[in-house]
Design a protein around this ligand. Structure first.
Ligand SMILES: [Fe+2]
Length: 199
């Protein structure tokens, strides 16, 4: 299949699945679309343009990164408080749920890699597979940074969101532990992680 065909199929799959996710938990879809817009804006500026000609697929991959939350009870997703340990365990299953849903939907390897790998950490303490460093697929390392930036910036019922500047400081502090340090350096040096990039 050509990159255009894969991109179109990926966007169609995202449209279908996100309609279902919106009925389950609208805030997750709003988050996913913000992340997708930022990721698609950053991708062309990465060294070597690894996603040249594949931005539609990249957008869809980022938009679908949390699709496994379809299988996390809404009472947990919308809980107006910090989660209990059992509830948190339930949330940590969502990348594996995503993997199953996206495999059934015939998603491309890139789309599946973003969803299954976006909660891995550079230092190997993430989930679900405890991958480390370059073992983590590149698209998942990229979605991880943007996902964290958006999540930290967002107001929650039990805490206020960080300002963009404060969220960027947190991203910088996580370089080499949570995040790919070269990727963070590249994104911060070029000022790519702002709402303006894809506006
Ligand atoms: Fe997630």
């Amino acid at each position: 299949m050509s990159p255009d065909t894969v991109g179109a199929a990926s966007l169609a799959l995202a449209a279908t699945l996100l309609v279902t996710l919106r009925a389950h938990h609208p805030a997750t879809v709003a988050h996913a679309l913000r992340v997708a817009r930022l990721v698609a804006g950053i991708a062309p500026h990465l060294p070597g343009e690894p996603y040249h000609g594949r931005i539609a697929e990249v957008y869809a991959a980022a938009a679908l990164h949390d699709i496994g939350k379809l299988l996390v009870p809404v009472a947990i997703l919308a809980a107006p408080r910090a989660l209990s340990p059992d509830e948190w365990t339930c949330v940590t299953y969502h990348p594996s749920h995503s993997r199953a849903i996206l495999a059934r939907g015939g998603a491309s390897p890139l789309v599946r890699a973003a969803a299954w790998g976006h909660h891995e950490r550079w230092d190997g303490t993430g989930y679900p597979r405890r991958l480390a460093g370059m073992e983590i697929p590149a698209i998942a390392r990229l979605v991880s940074v943007v996902d964290a930036f958006d999540a930290m910036s967002e107001d929650r019922p039990y805490r206020a969101g960080l300002t963009p500047a404060a969220a960027l400081r947190e991203i910088a502090q996580g370089a080499g532990s949570q995040f790919d340090p070269e990727l963070v350096a590249c994104v911060l040096a070029q000022g790519l992680l702002t709402d303006d990039i894809a506006a």
